[in-house]
Design a protein around this ligand. Sequence first.
Ligand code: BG6
Ligand code: MG
Length: 210
Amino acid sequence: MIKGVIFDLDGVILSTDDFHYQAWKKLADRLNIPFNREKNNRLRGVSRMASLEIILEGHQYSEEEKVSFAEEKNNTYRELLNNLTPDFVGIDVRDTLDELKNKGIKIAIGSSSKNTKLILSRVGLINAFDAIADGTDIKNSKPDPEVFLIAAKRIGLDPKDCIVVEDAFAGIDAAVAGGFIPVAIGDACAHKKAAYKIDALSDLLKIVGD
Ligand code: BG6
Ligand code: MG
């Protein structure tokens, strides 16, 4: 029986994945490094520094330069986050979170992002979840299951009783590695190990009702 749902944030609860893309694109263009949406899919779910390494593949930069590039990207990203308001949360997302809570299912966030709490505050969802685990809690980002295991512990549930909802290949791998039920949305639907593939978050209501 499903007792909990752990949501990734960027690209699942909110379309902030597009802000990540725009911010990386600005940096890549400045450095004259080719970058497109296909390559961006490889950055989904992975940490800021690991994302930068993927963008810089085949290019040599010092550690100091890399740290400054990551900071530059994060500053651009945070400027984009200034556009966030509660209106940014889709009605399907709001209704699904409410319905799951009404069914007595625990809900949590499991995100690699260190901006998670800032984002949830801006859109008015900071108190909407039973627990939040994010990039500030972990040593290893997805595909390591650490962030999901922390989230499960915080809601007091065993991974086998929890769904993980992910738009990232790395996130589905992390869910499988942690013993969770992996549910894919968006880009992650192409992942062979997804137990379910959904078009909208409200499709979860059918899965938990199974
Ligand atoms: C994940 C995104 O949620 O967070 C990644 O999918 C991103 O693209 C990662 O790199 C880290 O985010 P942040 O906000 O800490 O740079
Ligand atoms: Mg994501």
